[in-house]
Structure formats: structure tokens, C-alpha cells
Design a protein around this ligand. Structure first.
Ligand SMILES: O=C(O)CCC(=O)C(=O)O
Ligand SMILES: [Fe+2]
Length: 276
């Protein structure tokens, strides 16, 4: 995306970015399409964004079952939750896969934790969002879902918004994720949506900007190996429930990135859906 002045939102010459030049306005190339509606009325009520005390996974069986239920409900409704007590986040990853395979004797464990243990990948993204003279005109990141299995995120300031698809009678709305100290944000990615044959939703999220402060986020994306294909497990498929997604790997996602512009709203998961 380059405009007539040679300004581009995707390539930066050293010392030449809008921030480095301290521009008092937002160059056209950063302006968001109207469909992204950066001026949404936001609901920052923290009740709506589930915060789950994951340390309860180490408690009694009953307590554990309760937490797994809460995790499952959050993954189905939002594809997102905030986890209190990050030390045991690994257990929530296992719970997501165990719950997903609870009817078939360990399907989830085979399909996620052990495959990730063998040749899974972790990609760390450090995102820096400088202050923006007009936060209503631009976005830090356009709406997207993460291709990975799960993303674990820390932020220093609010700015992350998730799309809550069933709000407003099904038309959906954006929800600002409140900053709660010591809490990690967990996104369900495209590959867990595939693994659950659509039961868990990969969360669409975007990042808004701040007029005064620099926002920094650390995102840890966890996925299968480069060529390891994620497919709908055969145990979840029968005549009534056909597979809803084609198989794909991280490399397939990279191919998709080269050929598509995700800033225009293209989603990898949409290319995997099998139409009825
Ligand atoms: O900065 C954030 O809060 C989100 C970052 C993000 O969505 C990503 O790195 O994929
Ligand atoms: Fe993301």
C-alpha cells in the first residue's frame, strides 16, 4: 500500500516512518478502511471477557472439571480468555485438548500436546505501537485471527479488542480487553478451530492506538511444526458431522500470507472451510 507521496504502511526506510518524523497527522497510507469501524462504542466491562483462575486445575477432580468447563465455554463463545496464574498455563493447553477429545479417550492429547511436544514451534512477536496523533484514523493491527493453535499475550496498556460474534443478537461487537495485572491473555487460533471441527472459535482481534503512550505487547504463538498438517480428527467426523475444514500446515499459512493481504480482512481459516 503506497500512496502518491511514496508513503507505505508496509515498508519503512530508516528514520523515515511517520513516528520518526513526528508527523502531527496520520498519513493516508495508514488510514483504516471504513468497514473496520475504529470508532466503535466499546464495552470495557470486564465481566464480559472471561478471566479464569487456572491454578484451580491443580485442585481436586471436581474443581478441575469446573475449570475445564469454564475454559471450554470461553473457547466456544469467544475463542479467548484471560488466565490468572500463568505458571500453570501449560495445564490449560492440555485441558483445551483434553476437553475437546473427552468423548473419545484422549483424542485431544494425541492431537495437540504430544504433537506440539515433538516438533511444535513457538514464535515470539514483540509488538511496539507508537503514540498516534489521531487514534480514530488508524489501527495498530487490523482485524485478524492467529493461524497458530494458541497465542499467549502480555500487554503494558489496553488496546487489544476482541470480536464477540454472538453479541447484539448475532451481529457481533468489539470488546476492549481490560488490563488486569498479572493476567495473561490466551487466544484460540485457526488450528484449534480446525482441531475441534469448529466447536472452538479462533478469535478475531485488532489493536487500537493510544494518543500519548507507546504500547508494547509480547505475543507467544504456539503451533505444530512447519510441515505438520492440522486436520479435523476422524473421531469427530460422522454422517451427521462432516469435516468442516481442509488440512493445512504452517507453511500453507505462509503461502497464504505471500498471496493475500490480511490488512484487507482476508483470513486463512476461510480458505480452509469446506462448503456444504
Ligand atoms: O498487540 C496485541 O495486543 C496483539 C498482537 C497480535 O494480535 C499478534 O501479534 O498477532
Ligand atoms: Fe494476533
Amino acid at each position: 500500500m503506497e500512496n502518491e507521496k511514496g508513503e507505505s504502511s508496509s515498508t519503512f526506510k530508516m528514520d523515515n516512518s511517520a513516528q520518526e518524523r513526528s508527523l502531527p497527522y496520520v498519513p493516508d497510507c495508514y488510514a483504516v478502511p471504513p468497514s473496520y469501524e475504529p470508532r466503535d462504542a466499546l464495552d470495557s466491562n470486564s465481566e464480559i471477557v472471561p478471566t479464569i483462575d487456572i491454578s484451580r486445575l491443580k485442585s481436586s477432580d471436581d474443581e478441575r472439571r469446573g475449570v475445564i468447563q469454564e475454559l471450554s465455554s470461553a473457547c466456544q463463545r469467544f475463542g479467548f480468555f484471560q488466565g490468572k496464574n500463568g505458571k500453570v498455563l501449560r495445564r490449560s493447553e492440555e485441558s483445551i485438548s483434553r476437553d475437546n477429545g473427552s468423548d473419545n479417550g484422549g483424542l485431544g492429547r494425541d492431537n495437540l500436546s504430544s504433537r506440539m511436544d515433538k516438533n511444535g514451534m513457538q514464535v515470539m512477536a514483540v509488538n511496539c505501537y507508537p503514540p498516534c496523533p489521531d487514534p480514530t484514523a488508524a489501527l495498530g493491527l487490523p482485524p485478524h485471527s492467529d493461524y497458530s493453535c494458541i497465542t499467549i499475550l502480555l500487554q503494558n496498556l489496553t488496546g487489544l479488542e476482541i470480536f464477540h460474534p454472538s453479541a447484539h443478537g448475532g451481529s457481533g461487537r468489539w470488546v476492549l480487553v481490560p488490563e488486569v495485572k498479572g493476567v495473561l491473555k490466551v487466544h484460540i487460533g485457526d488450528h484449534v478451530e480446525v482441531l475441534s471441527n469448529g466447536l472452538y472459535k479462533s478469535v478475531i482481534h485488532k489493536v487500537t492506538l493510544n494518543e500519548e503512550k507507546t504500547r508494547i505487547s509480547l505475543a507467544s504463538l504456539h503451533s505444530l511444526g512447519m510441515d505438520d498438517k492440522m486436520s479435523v480428527p476422524y473421531q469427530l467426523v460422522n454422517n451427521e458431522n462432516p469435516a468442516r475444514y481442509r488440512e493445512s500446515s504452517f507453511n500453507d499459512f505462509l503461502d497464504f500470507l505471500v498471496k493475500n493481504d490480511i490488512s484487507q480482512g482476508e483470513r486463512f481459516i476461510d480458505t480452509l472451510r469446506i462448503k456444504d
